[in-house]
Write a protein that binds this ligand. Structure first.
Ligand SMILES: C[S@@+](CC[C@H](N)C(=O)[O-])C[C@H]1O[C@@H](n2cnc3c(N)ncnc32)[C@H](O)[C@@H]1O
Length: 455
């Protein structure tokens, strides 16, 4: 395999953000599948050489297998990359959930979790050297009903579907630990039938590279990359005014305007705090109770509903998120303590979600400026800017911001994934000469994202 590009297919491809990493690590994505046409059109624009099959994986299973065989033309399949949607995954522990379902306290399983079934059918048919799955950490505790109607954990289902040839492990990864300027935890599951990788798993107990970064920067790692570093040299914006809410020449460096009331709350929010904690601007009193959350009788964390919106000293309205009531007064807006909250400049960004442009969503405010992050900044924090990628659709139709936010919010930062895929590839012997690896899609001016560290 030396010097040659490897073969991969991608399931649940969305706009292909993870695929940027896989391609940069030396793989050709032969076939992709995604349900949503608008997302897949962005992938198709950036991966014109891939056979892109749009539609429900359950209906296209045979077609995906057939198209892959055709594209492989006798070569082996090196990697199956699959990222099934995570909305149906549960936070409960495996044992607890199993008991709850068996005793009838939990209803039937979420159908979305069963998307692993066609994924495994495809894996069984194509027998890739490596199966790499990415999902929320909760996947580890998720149960599904298998084809025999038995309730099994999703990870046991994967292992038994793949058969004895494969061994694997699921590990929770913090992407900031791979130098990504964003805290984002994901479950990375790697199953393999490659002998070197099997040996590696047996010896090291893991198929993932050792973290290059950590919060404290200790034990041979570098400190997490901060938002300040990630956004260095980005021109300021201000959501209070239409002219300053967008940059004239930097594409996507624009933010939604804030109305007068929201601007008032946001512009009085100190670094790392939520607007719900803002103090009095009329008399300067700074001892008004802040917004707290407590566990209720059912153990659910609930934000206080008694947080004041009028200053306890002078009675003036506080710049806290509030709504008008029938009597012309205002009451606290419903919101958690992390709503209208500024991210910290001195840490990686909070995990980007599809709500990244909404100030009212959790941890979405810029560390200092009066606004949320722009999409341009989101691309940097998500490391997409390091890859040759265009936010365009293959069909030439207009791409809306909502689709861009969904694609970002549901994907993982490619620089972190590239580190993982390069490591797996190197251990399996595919990167004996990594320096000669053709990386036409990566920006050669950036710091290499793929520093592989042996455990
Ligand atoms: C977690 S996202 C994938 C992220 C993607 N791999 C990336 O790197 O950007 C999951 C994707 O699965 C797609 N999906 C959901 N149900 C599907 C189905 N039945 N068949 C095919 N794709 C599906 C969703 O539309 C969504 O884009």
């Amino acid at each position: 395999m030396k010097g040659e590009r490897r073969t991969a297919i991608s399931l649940f491809t969305s706009g292909g953000i993870g695929d940027l990493a896989i391609r940069a690590a030396g793989y050709d994505i032969l076939v992709s599948n995604e349900l949503h046409e608008d997302r897949h059109a962005v992938f198709a624009h950036n991966f014109p050489e891939t056979t892109a099959i749009t539609g429900d994986v359950r209906e296209h299973t045979a077609r995906i297998v057939e198209a892959t065989r055709e594209r492989l033309d006798g070569r082996p399949l090196d990697l199956l990359y699959a990222t099934p949607p995570c909305q149906g995954m549960s936070k409960n522990g495996r044992g607890k959930l199993l008991n709850a379902v068996r005793s009838g306290r939990k209803p039937a399983m979420d159908e979305r979790n069963r998307l692993i079934v066609p994924t495994m059918t495809i894996a069984r048919e194509l027998r890739p050297s490596v199966v790499l799955l990415e999902n929320v950490p909760e996947m580890e505790g998720t149960l599904i009903v298998d084809d025999d109607g038995e309730l099994v954990s999703i990870l046991d289902f994967i292992a038994s579907s793949l058969g004895d040839d494969y061994v694997g492990r699921a590990e929770v990864v913090e992407f900031a630990d791979y130098g990504v300027p964003q805290c984002r935890q994901r479950l990375i599951t790697v199953f393999t039938r490659d002998e070197r990788l099997k040996q590696r798993l047996e010896e090291a107990g893991s198929l993932l590279p050792r973290p290059t970064h950590s919060e404290s920067g200790s034990e041979g790692t570098r400190p997490w990359v901060t938002l300040r570093e990630a956004l260095a040299d980005v021109p300021p914006l201000d959501a209070r005014d239409a002219d300053s809410a967008r940059h004239d020449t930097i594409p996507f460096h624009r933010v939604p305007l804030l109305d007068e009331m929201k601007s008032w709350w946001v512009s009085h929010t100190p670094p790392e705090r939520s607007a719900f904690d803002n103090q009095c601007v009329a008399c300067g009193h700074d001892g008004n109770p802040t917004h707290v959350a407590r566990r209720n009788a059912e153990g659910i964390n609930r934000a206080s509903s008694t947080t004041p919106v009028y200053c306890e000293r002078c009675g003036e309205l506080l710049p806290r998120p509030s709504v008008e009531t029938a009597d012309g007064r205002r009451r606290l807006m419903k919101g958690f303590t992390s709503a209208y909250k500024r991210m910290s400049y001195d840490r990686p960004a909070s995990a980007l979600t599809r709500n990244l442009s909404y100030a009212c969503s959790d941890n979405k405010l810029h560390p200092e400026e009066h606004r949320v992050l722009s999409l341009y900044e989101a691309f940097r924090v998500h490391t997409v800017d390091r890859y040759d990628h265009e936010w365009q659709r293959a069909d030439g139709r207009k791409l809306n911001d909502k689709t861009v936010r969904e694609i970002i919010g549901e994907s993982i930062p490619p620089a972190g994934l590239e580190t993982i895929v390069r490591f797996v590839t190197e251990v399996s012997g595919g990167l004996d000469r990594p320096d000669t690896l053709d990386r036409p899609w990566s920006d050669s001016t950036r710091e290499p994202a793929a520093a592989t560290v042996a455990n």
